[in-house]
Design a protein around this ligand. Structure first.
Ligand code: DLL
Length: 439
C-alpha cells in the first residue's frame, strides 16, 4: 500500500529538467508512433513537410499541426485509431458538434494509464484506501463515472457507483453507506445540498463527506464556497476530456492553487486561439494537449477550446508538475448543460430533421435553482402552421426525442408563433445563456 503524501513521489516531485527530459523522449516516440501507424497524422505531417526526426527539442512541438475536434468528427468512428482493431478494449464518447459523438478508443495499456492517473488524482486530494467514495458522475459512455470508478479501485478504496439521477436515493445511500468522498459535477453537488435542506436535513450533520471531487464543467469560486459551506467539505477541481482519456488529466492538490497536469503523460501548451501562436507560462489562452503514452488514439497538439493559463513554478505541495488554472470559458460555442457538452450545431441538426419547422431556433439555458434548464424554441413553417391536421403536441414530443438522442439530454421544446424568434441581419443569435452571473 502507498503511504505518505504522494501516490508516486519520484514522479510527482521530479525536477522540471528531468520532466522535460522524459517528455522529449516520450514525445519523439509518440510522434514516430503516430507517423508510422496513422494515415491521419502521416497526411498532416506530409502536408507541412514534417518528419518525426525533425522533432529534436520540446520547442519543436510548434512544428506539429494542431488536431481539432472536427478531425475526430470527420474520422468518426474509428479513423483516429492507431492500433489493430482487436487491441481496442473499451470505448467512451462525448458530444460532437453534430449528430456523431466524439469517440475515445482505449487499448489495455491506455486503460492502465487512465486508472493509474485517476488513482494519482484521488490520492492527491487526500483520498486513501479507507475512504468510501460515492460516484454520482454518469456511468456509461461518459468518462466521468467509470473514470472515477477505475481510480477508486486502483487506489484500493470502496466505490459506490451511484451514477446520476434519483437525488433522494443518492442522499439515503450516502448517509447509510457512510460516504466520505463525493465525486460529481459541481452543479449536482449544489442540487444535492439544496435537496437535503428542502427535506429538512442538515448535510453537515447527516453526512460524513469530507471531500468532493468536482469537474466536467466550469465552476466559479462562488460556487465552490457555496458547496464547501453547505456540504461541509473540501472541494477539489478535476479536469479532463474524452479525447485525452477522460477525467484524470489534471487535479488540484491541497493548496487549491491550480490543477496539476500529469506531465509524464501529457504536454500542455497555451495558444492564442485566434493566431494559434504558442503563449508563455502565465499568459491566458486556449489549452492544447499532446499525449505522450497513448496507444489506441494518441492526440498530437489537440485544441481543447478551453481557456486557462499554465504556471510552471513548483507548487507549495512540493509537486513540480505544471498547474493549469481553473478553466474560465471556451473559445468556441460549446455549452455545458447539466454536465453534458452541447453544441448549438447539434440542436440545429435535430431541428432541421423536421420539415414542419422553419430554420429559426433559439436555445435558452438558465439556472433558476441549482440545476440547469434547457429550452429549445422553434417555429413552424407557414405551411405547417396552416395545416389543420398537424398534431402539434405529437410533433413537440418527436422534436424533444430527437434533441435528446442527438445531445444526450432532454430539452423543453417550445413551439412559438411564426416570426416570434429574433431575426438579425448579421450573425444569428442562437443561444441565450442566462446562467452567467448566477454561478
Ligand atoms: O467532462 C471528463 C470529466 C469527467 C472531467 C468528470 C472531470 C470530471 P468530456 O465530456 O469530453 O469529458 O468534456 C470535456 O468538459 O473540454 C471542458 O470544456 C469541460 N470540463 C471538464 N472538466 C472541467 C473542469 C469530461 N474541471 C470538456 N472545469 C472539457 C471546467 C471542465 N471545465
Amino acid at each position: 500500500m502507498v503511504a505518505g503524501k504522494y501516490w508516486n513521489q519520484k514522479i510527482e516531485t521530479m525536477p522540471r529538467t528531468d520532466i522535460q527530459k522524459t517528455q522529449l523522449e516520450k514525445l519523439k516516440e509518440q510522434v514516430k508512433y503516430c507517423y508510422e501507424n496513422s494515415s491521419f497524422y502521416r497526411r498532416k505531417f506530409d502536408e507541412v513537410g514534417l518528419k518525426p526526426e525533425d522533432i529534436k527539442t520540446l520547442d519543436d512541438i510548434v512544428k506539429i499541426p494542431f488536431t481539432l475536434k472536427s478531425d475526430l468528427r470527420d474520422s468518426y468512428p474509428y479513423g483516429m485509431v492507431t492500433t489493430k482493431p482487436e487491441e481496442i478494449v473499451e470505448i467512451h464518447a462525448s458530444s460532437g458538434t453534430t449528430g456523431n459523438p466524439i469517440v475515445g478508443s482505449y487499448t489495455k495499456s491506455d486503460m492502465d494509464m487512465w486508472s493509474e492517473l485517476m488513482a494519482r488524482c484521488m490520492y492527491t486530494t487526500g483520498a486513501r484506501p479507507q475512504d468510501i467514495i460515492h460516484v454520482s458522475y454518469g456511468y456509461g459512455l461518459f468518462t466521468g463515472g467509470l473514470g472515477m470508478h477505475y481510480g477508486v479501485q486502483k487506489l484500493g478504496a470502496r466505490v459506490v457507483p451511484a451514477s446520476g439521477g434519483n437525488t433522494e436515493r443518492q442522499i439515503k445511500l450516502m448517509k447509510d453507506l457512510g460516504a466520505t468522498i463525493l465525486a460529481c459535477t459541481p452543479s449536482f453537488a449544489v442540487y444535492l445540498a439544496e435537496t437535503m435542506v428542502k427535506e429538512g436535513l442538515d448535510p453537515k450533520k447527516e453526512l460524513k463527506v469530507k471531500k468532493g471531487i468536482f469537474g466536467a464543467e466550469p465552476w466559479s469560486n462562488k460556487i465552490r464556497e457555496r458547496i464547501e459551506a453547505e456540504l461541509g467539505l473540501d472541494a477539489y477541481d478535476i479536469y479532463g476530456l474524452t479525447e485525452l482519456c477522460g477525467p484524470g488529466v489534471s487535479i488540484e492538490c491541497e493548496e487549491h492553487d491550480g490543477l496539476h497536469v500529469w506531465e509524464d503523460h501529457f504536454i500542455v501548451e497555451t495558444i492564442n486561439p485566434d493566431t494559434g501562436e504558442q503563449l508563455a507560462p502565465g499568459e491566458e489562452g486556449e489549452l492544447v494537449f499532446t499525449t505522450l503514452t497513448k496507444k489506441g488514439m494518441p492526440m498530437l497538439r489537440y485544441r481543447t477550446r478551453d481557456i486557462s493559463k499554465v504556471e510552471t513554478q513548483t507548487c507549495k505541495c512540493g509537486r513540480t508538475h505544471a498547474r493549469m488554472m481553473r478553466v474560465t470559458g471556451r473559445s468556441d460555442d460549446m455549452l455545458i448543460i447539466r454536465g453534458v457538452n452541447v453544441f448549438p450545431s447539434q440542436v440545429e441538426y435535430a431541428v432541421m430533421c423536421f420539415s414542419e419547422l422553419a430554420a429559426q431556433y433559439l436555445i435558452v439555458v438558465d439556472r433558476p435553482d441549482a440545476l440547469d434548464t434547457f429550452v429549445v424554441k422553434v417555429e413552424l413553417t407557414e405551411k405547417a402552421a396552416n395545416n389543420p391536421a398537424l398534431d402539434v403536441n405529437a410533433l413537440k414530443r418527436e422534436i424533444g426525442k430527437k434533441i435528446s438522442v442527438v445531445t444526450g439530454i432532454s430539452a423543453d421544446v417550445q413551439i412559438v408563433k411564426s416570426g416570434e424568434l429574433p431575426r438579425t441581419e448579421g450573425k444569428a443569435k442562437r443561444v441565450v445563456d442566462l446562467r452567467k452571473g448566477k454561478m
